[in-house]
Design a binder for this molecule. Sequence first.
Ligand code: GTP
Ligand code: MG
Length: 139
Amino acid sequence: MIERTFSIIKPDATRRNLTGEINSVIEAAGFRIVAQKRIKITLEQAKTFYAVHSSRPFYGELCEFLSSDPVIVQILEKENAIEDYRTLMGATNPADAAEGTIRHRFALSVGQNSVHGSDAAETAASEIKFFFSDIEIIE
Ligand code: GTP
Ligand code: MG
């Protein structure tokens, strides 16, 4: 089934000018980038986006990081996109990420791990809706 997932290229990657390189990896893996924009997330938006982690000790650091510099938010389309993008990203901690994954190649640390990807169909739908309006998504 053709699916859509939501991705963020995080500030550690945009800071190092890695947007194009990461997009090349994404496209080479068979994803279509069907919507994309560069934005700066506010601290409040980051807190809402990562609300599921609000009780974790790293929540403050996580939200401050995500709002510290511009990010690329994007919608990726592919057969089995949600699971396949999680595989392409690699483990949360780059030290555990498999060779060839985005996090293995580019991430700096568990906090500064270069990309986000939705973890389920429901979160993909809600995260896409959080960042994109209907007219920004071309069928
Ligand atoms: P996302 O795609 O960004 O949601 O990553 P994930 O799904 O692989 O991991 P998870 O949702 O569990 O955690 C969200 C983010 O919190 C991760 O991407 C990390 O940047 C950060 N994080 C998770 N665990 C730790 C930790 O132990 N320490 C720190 N500093 N950050 C963490
Ligand atoms: Mg997650």
